[in-house]
Design a binder for this molecule. Sequence first.
Ligand code: KG4
Ligand code: ZN
Length: 325
Amino acid sequence: MWVLGIDTSCDDTGVGIVRDGQVVSNQVASQTLLHQAFGGVVPELASREHTQVIDGLLQRALEQAGIGLQDIELIAATRGPGLIGALMVGLTYAKGLAYALGKPFVAVHHLEGHIYAAALQEPEVAPPFLALIASGGHTHLFLVPSWGKYRLLGATMDDAAGEAFDKVARLLGLGYPGGPELEILARDGDANKVPFAVPLKDQAGYDFSFSGMKTAAARFIQKGHAPADVAAGFQKAAVEHLAGVVARAARDHEVATLLVSGGVAQNGLLRERLSGHSLRVCFPPKGLSTDNGAMIALAAFRRSGEKGESLAVTAQAYLPLESVN
Ligand code: KG4
Ligand code: ZN
């Protein structure tokens, strides 16, 4: 079964092709350079860029898969959450294709795509499990009692984890996106020299908070701490925060498996720290942590099989995962 998946929720255009649950092609056009000068994503520019590149990406994805458009048996696209104009480009494009080709269509929740990407390499993984999604826009912890059911345990109360990495990186004079650069700088630093407090340490619940760490970083930089030490101290506390909440949730809910996805899942210290617990931890393969179309095709394939949905579905900027399915 050939499934086409499209994601245009933010600043990456993703077109992926999946065959029987395996990724055959995953074309992503990043808009990082386009938005870099503005220090963040400019929604209207993002939408326009998606319309410019989506056709070419589909052609490349088909070529890489060695198939033609007619061979696609199911078409899927992200319906939300995300930037409304950006979402509309991919969703409308996919619906148009489905209508013109007479193929079934499935609308997918963006976070559901991230969760399925983390399960890809371990096909025998089954609920119940925890799903941590930590990206530039999201920091959510879900309990997944069965496929397609999602219970939100906690989320960030302010900045997303990746956003915090980006903001602190910016304070340190690093480029955007800052997460990977901060991780590299942190290797030269001493994580114990700068006393970052781990947020919400003694609070009940499973929420996250990163904005205080950003303010602390600004203060430490002002005080003259070495940039590498600030990077290392921040990274250590941020990872401790994420891992601590996850470990507590796993204990409280007696869950032994954790799926981690989103850009921050690429962080080496986070991977190391999470894997140190008694949890079985699954990460997405390289290239599938960040936004992409293949994860949307995977979710559509796993969730709906071959059946399509109505083309009447519209894009939703705000769309809690617990509210769908
Ligand atoms: O999933 P993603 O590509 O989607 C968006 O949110 O658009 O996540 C990007 C985020 C950025 O904030 C980036 O700084 C962060 O993930 N990130 C990292 C690392 N690699 C990417 N954060 C920490 N360590 C990393 N190695
Ligand atoms: Zn994402």
